[in-house]
Design a protein around this ligand. Structure first.
Ligand SMILES: *Cc1c(COP(=O)(O)O)cnc(C)c1O
Length: 379
């Protein structure tokens, strides 16, 4: 039934007996910088590549400050901690996300609350957010209190699914109305913009991931971006064992984390970042090829919504029902074409069975229908 689609994917990624969903590309200065890094002996948490990377990412995203960390999950964790999220606070996010978003909330001993996603963006729906807040919450002493749980709603984490940016203007307005900190899970959206602004720069803070499957990678790595100098300083402090800067003294003023990105990883990342624009244009071309093909096939292909320029990190098709989805997964994977369904929705996981949820119709609808198809850069 889907043989034409599978054959098309094989022509888009020629000369392969196995086509991965998303593999990294190292076609620039990776080896050169890694060698330089090794020769310098500064392979660990201090070194010029970490500093260089932070400057580059801040320039690229337009965020004033960037703090490099060991992975995207730790970036989210620190983003929440510096935003003041405490035990028993509630954090609103989407059920349609990767577990990392909720793990970070869990590390703070806070509770996730799940709202729905938008049909156009696959990201957190402003209507669902507003509806949840209007129905369940009120402002008391400048704090947003959930009347159902009695807990304080402290933050909202929209996630830019597969690189498609949420409707940030509306989300930001709602968060401001309810005095909720806006934290973006921009793990998947390096290179994506909304109304010309880069992902992760709409709220207080954004978290980016450089895991091996992301658009560019440091092996493992992440980054916190913010315009707030105080916030950036605190983030840096918390990720570097809260060591008070001094020529030789080891003094620490709180229990903190060893989350600093090693220079070795940053060396790889600087080389990757130099190639990002080339990667982005190849991914855009691939998405166009897919779009044209699937249009002819009568299969829905996920394209960028109004005002959003997507990095097309992972391409997605939307099939008619779960049976078709399962058939596509089965046929493609049997032929060495790696395709995947979306993550099990967070509210379905046993560990979040107590979490409060809004209506999640769109999330459930997508879960049954979306298939991610091979999306690697082909350069
Ligand atoms: C990749 C990813 C993260 C962070 O992942 P790390 O592997 O810790 O770098 C967070 N949220 C989402 C939605 C992701 O896709």
């Amino acid at each position: 039934m889907f043989q034409r689609s599978i054959d098309f994917i094989k022509t888009v990624f020629p000369r392969k007996d196995f086509i991965a969903l998303h593999e990294p590309r190292f076609i620039g200065n990776e080896k050169k910088y890694l060698n330089e890094c090794i020769d310098s002996t500064f392979v660990s948490s201090v070194g010029k590549f970490v500093d260089q990377f932070e400057i580059m990412i801040s320039k690229y995203t337009g965020a004033k400050y960037a703090v490099a960390v060991v992975n995207g999950t730790s970036a989210l964790h620190i983003a929440l901690l510096v935003s003041g999220i405490e035990e028993n606070d509630e954090v609103i996010t989407q059920s349609f996300t990767f577990i990392a978003t909720c793990n970070a909330i869990g590390y703070c001993k806070a509770k996730p609350v799940f709202v729905d996603v938008d049909k156009e963006t696959l990201g957190l729906s402003p209507e669902s957010l507003q509806n949840f807040l209007e129905t369940n919450c009120e402002i008391r002493d400048n704090e947003c209190i959930n009347k159902v749980s009695g807990r304080r709603v402290r933050a909202c984490i929209p996630m830019h699914t597969f690189g498609h940016i949420c409707r940030m203007d509306e989300i930001k307005t709602i968060c401001e109305m309810y005095n909720i900190v806006l934290i973006e899970d921009a793990a998947e959206s390096l290179g994506s913009t909304y109304k010309g602004r880069h992902a992760g720069t709409f709220g207080k803070v954004g978290a980016i991931s450089f895991n091996g499957n992301k658009i560019i990678t440091s092996g493992g790595g992440g980054c916190i971006i913010t315009d707030d100098e105080e916030f950036a300083k605190k983030a840096k402090h918390l990720t570097t064992t809260a060591k008070i800067p001094h020529e030789w003294d080891y003094t620490h003023d709180m229990i903190a984390y060893n989350y600093r990105m090693p220079n070795l990883n940053a060396a790889l990342l600087v080389a990757q970042l130099e190639k990002l624009d080339e990667f982005l244009s190849d991914k855009r071309e691939l998405a166009l090829q897919y779009q044209e093909f699937f249009k002819k096939e009568g299969i829905e292909f996920m394209t960028e919504a109004k005002d959003c320029r997507s990095n097309y990190w992972l391409n997605a098709i939307i099939l008619n029902n779960k049976q078709e989805r399962d058939q596509f997964l089965k046929d493609s994977n049997a032929q060495g074409v790696m395709t995947r369904p979306i993550w099990t929705l967070m509210h379905k996981l046993e560990l979040f069975q107590d979490a409060q949820c809004s209506n999640l119709d769109n999330s459930i609808w997508f879960e049954e229908r979306i298939v991610n198809i091979p999306s690697s850069v082909r350069l």
